[in-house]
Design a protein around this ligand. Structure first.
Ligand code: SAM
Ligand code: DTB
Ligand code: SF4
Length: 372
């Protein structure tokens, strides 16, 4: 099945303008064509360097410019990171993501991070890092050390971006994404919603992501965590249905990617999270902390997965994949080790049966495109 990366902005806006039920129905139908239903990828996050960041991202508790009362932490030692990854693996994680509050990594720090990546990789885990801007050479070094994914978000539309961050440009971000792609790493790139942006900004962000030379393999959709002391601490709350719409449109325009229901889950009800999964989210961070802010209790996530009969996805095709199903037993998360490509046949025929309805809705969306 071919995947489009020639979406027009009018088409993306038309998807946002669909009646909520039509959008969710279409998103779930696309989801069942391209993804394994009822399966969610589980990642674990560790902040390897916390706070004192020179950048001025208005949402971020780690900027040195805002007084958020955050306890800062220099770059951790390699052994501390390795033992944290081992603990995460014992509780079932197959992917380990290391986040650092850098504008871009300095050579000495990068050397240490490369050693961390080699250690985590040697455990047989998938590796992911987010370290700020990269040069092409740094991206190559990370790839050689065994980094599977690099997270670098566009955050919002180019126009709204200028109201949120002044210390680096949108083009800087696109250049880093290019360097990551050129080095052969998987791209993890998404944004934040609920920063006071307009619906148009959310459509533009998804349009840019869906028309990159290659779709990102992971697309985190973060709901702003409003941290006291940051300029966005009083941003108006987003209508939860608009959050779900953002997930749904991401699923439709980037059907093969993992859409991650990322920051903000602590403030969401189980029912809202279920709607996000229905709209095509199939990845979460598991563990009681994100980088510096809270995430749901692991017990709550285990219960949610059980109640929805969602299973944890194995690290498809990567070393350790065979262990993932068994390992997840330790986490308490149901883990059948499902991988893409084993969707039951009856599910596919259900999709075939609803196909014409989706095509009609798509045509409806396209004919609306001129008017929105
Ligand atoms: N410093 C690096 C960078 O900015 O690329 C890596 C770490 S940074 C904390 C990673 C991402 O976390 C940001 O791009 C942003 O999308 C997200 N993030 C930061 N603070 C957030 C908040 N308060 N709510 C939601 N997402 C947030
Ligand atoms: C992403 O898009 N979301 C994660 C991850 N990339 C590194 C981080 C969210 C951070 C939320 C605020 C905090 O905990 O500091
Ligand atoms: Fe620094 Fe990243 Fe936070 Fe921006 S988002 S202030 S670059 S840690």
């Amino acid at each position: 099945m071919t995947v489009r990366n020639d979406w027009t902005l009018a088409e993306v806006k038309a998807l946002f303008a669909l009646p909520f039920m039509d959008l969710v129905f279409m998103a779930q139908t696309v989801h069942r064509r391209y993804q394994v239903p009822n399966t969610v990828q589980i990642g674990t996050l560790l902040s390897i360097k916390t706070g004192s960041c020179p950048e001025d991202c208005a949402y971020c508790p780690q900027s040195v410019r805002f007084h958020t009362g955050l306890e800062t932490q220099e770059l951790l030692e390699v052994e501390e990171v390795a033992s944290s990854a081992r603990r995460a693996q014992q509780s079932g994680a197959t992917r380990f993501c290391m986040g650092a509050a850098y504008r871009s990594p300095k050579p000495k720090d990068l050397r240490k991070v490369l050693a961390m990546i080699r250690e985590v990789k040697s455990l047989g885990m998938e590796t992911c890092a987010t370290l700020g801007m990269l040069t092409p050479e740094q991206a190559q070094e990370l790839k050689q050390a065994g980094l599977d994914y690099y997270n670098h978000n566009l955050d919002t539309s180019p126009q709204y971006y200028e109201k949120i961050i002044t210390t680096r440009t949108y083009q800087d971000r696109l250049d880093t994404l290019q360097a990551v792609r050129d080095a052969g790493m998987n791209v993890c790139c998404g944004g934040i919603v609920g920063m006071g942006e307009e619906p148009q900004d959310r459509a533009e962000l998804l349009h840019i992501l869906a028309t990159l030379p290659e779709h990102p393999q992971s697309v985190p959709i973060n709901q702003l965590v409003r941290v006291a002391g940051t300029p966005l601490e009083r941003a108006p709350a987003l209508d939860p249905f608009d959050f779900v719409r953002t997930i749904g449109v991401a699923r439709i325009v980037m059907p093969r990617c993992h859409v991650r229901l990322s920051a903000g889950r602590s403030e969401m009800s189980d029912e809202l999270q279920a709607l996000c999964f229905l709209a095509g989210a199939n990845s979460i961070f598991y563990g009681e902390k994100l980088l510096t802010t809270g995430n749901p209790d692991t017990e709550d996530d285990q219960n949610l997965f059980r109640r929805l009969k969602i299973v944890a996805e194995a690290g498809a095709g990567l070393p350790g994949a065979d262990l993932a199903g068994a390992g997840l037993a330790g986490s308490g998360l149901p883990g059948a080790g499902h991988t893409a490509g084993d969707a039951p046949a009856q599910m596919m025929s259900l999709v075939a049966a609803v196909g014409p309805g989706v095509q009609a809705a798509a045509q409806h969306a396209e004919s609306n495109a001129a008017t929105v």
